[in-house]
Design a protein around this ligand. Structure first.
Ligand code: HH2
Length: 404
């Protein structure tokens, strides 16, 4: 007897192996999806919840570790489904079934479109969001797009390079940057948004923490609000997003850009960022923002050390499991300098590599300065993930070989 490892964490690999041995395709896919590994942290948990979980997990064949007020349960998705099946035999088992049922609904239904105020953006393949900072002081492109003509030329070049969205920001959020007042931010952002929406033909997103700036940008043709405060800085922002039907990026940050470095203290960065983002997402949902308008972003570089950013990229699955498309913004950031030793102006290869790492962990949107480099790297990642099914719609050809 020979034992061969399958790529057990890749459902397509399992399905392919089963189908190649005569299992019909649908059953093979269902079996493979159920075999996907999951590990969940449940907290806070009281004594009764913990007892119900330990018993239920043992019955379902799941591994379970409990501690003071918390539990980790691990196994396959199919076995977790068994544990989540409605069980009202006690209030504790009912609470458990409900919480797990909600979780499973999110992970089993990953949205592949993003609804904005003007359209639905397909996320079947990776979408690159081109950064257009109309600021004098952004850490990498400050001053480059400050004049309207430069912003338009930059936007057209990004469209040619394959950008799916243009993100316009009038405030640098690098640590320690001075904040422009509202009138100045409006002056920077609105004319550029108006020109891009009218002349470039790509969806425009506005990167702002101010509802008044977001409102003026949406009126000028923007359709997405990218809020690095995760809708916490301005109490009017969630209602604005709801009322306009804008798409929204809820990004994770702690504190303010001016002070955030001091807040970069985590016991378990991925779990904490996922939990804090889930809370902000829930607040948005409670304010009436529709689920399919929300994209989540770990906020690389915002209240995170280089080690935190790298761990977050590796553990992005914790965010993907919240059931929303995930955006990442690694572009030219300090943690890439820490890894490569490269200065800010030559970090585009590192940025593309970080995008690919994030894509392999489930991210769908990539906010970058160099659109062409990211697009090319992500085309390869998309093709790998499609397993030869060719997401770009170009025939893979039959030639193969090492060089052709
Ligand atoms: N990063 C920056 C600004 N906005 N938005 C999202 N959703 N995700 C990010 O990671 C993100 C963001 C900071 O980068 P940049 O715009 O290049 O610089 P600056 O803030 O100095 O203008």
């Amino acid at each position: 007897m020979k034992v061969t490892a399958l790529a057990g964490d890749v459902p397509a690999a399992l399905a392919g192996a089963l189908a190649a041995r005569g299992v019909d395709r649908r059953s093979a896919e269902a079996l493979a999806a159920g075999g996907a590994p999951v590990a969940l942290l449940l907290e806070p948990l009281d004594e009764a919840d913990a007892t119900a979980l330990v018993r239920g997990a043992a019955r379902a064949g799941l591994d379970c570790h409990t501690g003071d007020g918390w539990a980790v349960v691990a196994g396959t998705l199919a076995r977790l489904g068994g544990l989540a099946r409605a069980d009202a035999s006690s209030p504790a088992t009912e609470r458990l079934s409900l919480a797990l049922g909600r979780f499973l609904q999110d992970v089993q239904d990953p949205p592949l479109v993003w609804r904005t105020a003007r359209r639905a953006i397909s996320l079947e393949r990776s979408s690159v969001v081109g950064i257009l900072n109309v600021t004098p002081d952004s850490f990498s492109d400050g001053g480059r797009h400050f004049a309207l003509a430069d912003a338009l030329a930059g936007a057209r070049a990004m469209r040619e390079a394959g950008a799916a969205v243009l993100d316009v920001g009038g405030e640098s959020t690098r640590p320690g940057a001075a904040r422009p007042d509202e009138a100045e931010e409006l002056r920077r952002v609105v004319p550029v948004v108006r020109a891009l929406a009218a002349e470039v033909g790509l969806p425009v997103s506005v990167d702002t923490r101010r509802a008044a700036v977001a409102r003026a940008a949406l009126e000028a043709g923007a359709e997405i609000v990218n809020d690095v405060s995760g809708l916490t800085a301005d109490p009017a922002m969630a209602e604005l997003v709801r009322g306009t039907g804008a798409g929204v990026v809820i990004m994770h940050m702690r504190g303010e850009p001016q002070t955030m470095d001091a807040a970069a203290v985590y016991r378990d960065v991925a779990a904490e960022v996922a939990a804090e983002l889930a809370e902000r997402r829930d607040t948005a949902l409670a304010a009436g923002v529709e689920r399919e308008r929300i994209v989540l972003d770990p906020g690389l570089g915002f209240a995170k050390t280089p080690a935190h950013n790298l761990r977050l990229l590796d553990c992005l699955g914790a965010l993907v499991a919240l059931g929303h498309p995930v955006m990442v913004g690694p572009s030219r950031k300090r943690f890439l300098g820490a890894v490569t030793g490269r200065p800010v102006e030559s970090r585009d290869a590192a940025t593309a590599a970080a995008c690919v790492a994030a894509r392999l962990r489930g991210a769908r949107l990539f906010r970058v300065h160099d659109v062409a480099a990211a697009r090319e790297a992500l085309a390869v990642a998309d093709a790998v993930l499609a397993g030869g099914d060719d997401p770009a719609g170009r025939g893979a050809g039959t030639g193969g070989g090492a060089g052709g």
